[in-house]
Ligand binder design. Sequence first.
Ligand SMILES: [Zn+2]
Length: 484
Amino acid sequence: MLSDDAIIDLSRVVATREALKLIPAAQSRRLGVLPLAVNDDKLYVVTSDNDDYLLLTQIENIVGLPVIILKAKHPEHVPSYIKKYYPESAGELSGTPLGLLEEVVLRAMLYRSSDIHLDPEHEHGIIRFRIDGLMQVDQTLPIDSMNELISAVKVSSGLNIAEHRIPQDGQISLFVAGDEISMRVATIPTIYGEKMTMRILSTENTLAELSELDTLGMSEQHLQLLLETLDNANGVILLSGPTGSGKTTTLYAALRRLKKSGTLHILSIEDPVEIPLNGINQVRIDSDRINFNRALRSTLRHDPDVIMIGEIRDAETADIAIKSSLTGHLVLSTLHANDSIGVVTRLLNLGVAAELVNSALRLVIAQRLVRSPCPHCVRYEPPEDIDREFFGWINDNNLYVPKPTGCPLCNNSGYAGRLGLYEMIKIDRKIRELIRNNANEDALANHIFNTCNLPTLKLDGIEKIKKGLTTPAEVRRVTFLGTN
Ligand SMILES: [Zn+2]
């Protein structure tokens, strides 16, 4: 399943615990060898020097198994990954619940998980990660160790350790492999005991590779359209998509791009602030003391060039957002709608006058996140019947599409990494005319997708399937019925 000539991109694979146990930390550091996976009784590793063939016997002597050295895409990054997988501090804390916590958080970060779940069951506890939006089991623990772990987190996050019967919320920060990781912690009693969920609050550093507009997966055509609109510096840009579709990441990437000019005052109003960004004034809404609209009005007195509003939820916010864009500000926000045309109709349904929508709205974006197949085990096969029908490939006999398979490097999920699918509408003269004349969604859709030549979410998905960037099952999952 794992081919010997694979080239390993360490940012997309995760070393297995089984493999890490085979080479002690000191040896790994000394030799510059990172063990990745055990497969067919062979250990697969990468090294900091792709051409050092003398290493092979040295490693085989340590592990007592045949060893396959895979080529690393960036061998010079191997030492920093060795540091991450074998954190220095693990020594003092190892064997304690906090040592275990550190180890679990480190692995969750390496897997790019958004949440860690500590779930008590009848006789044992299960640690689960949410990875790329889906839950995966990390490990099973004796129930006593699980309870000790939960108690240790409760102490460190300021919760009442004696209280097990009511839900509690708190926050914890810890240093893991040199990065400070903050997590929101919540407990709830279940029939087998207290369950804990930890949401990893990302920082600009931990998300660095995700936060540029040109690494989100936008097609060249979409990227150019968005960049042109951002450069125009006034009007409203709205994003829509279900929870977990990557809207915040896109908004933040846009803000970071605007920030680069160095001459813009950027202010954001968020509930809550998801990622602290350098150089941007982020205002957190605390619904008990300051509400969204009041914050938005005060914001205008601070003379921002760009205002980011976390989400437009009601008519009043929509109204202030639109009107402030008309006085020369660039406003970025999100709005709940199934697709890009739905955004326009939702604004009108919120009671914003058609003429205001027409003068303010510049660009509407709908987006979804799909998983990418693992490059080490993906196979290409003719599409299944359900996909031939869904994507209109009935008579396409020469088509091969990626099929996820599963190998040790992707935790057998068949997937590694994610990218966005996008649909964008540039609000032009013809669309303004349709909006002014109360055209319905069908008429708008007809004009946009037949004459503007911009891909819909599904067409963008088809392009990305054909490039091997995602699978038919993923595109079907996120575009079926246009919503999740
Ligand atoms: Zn794989």
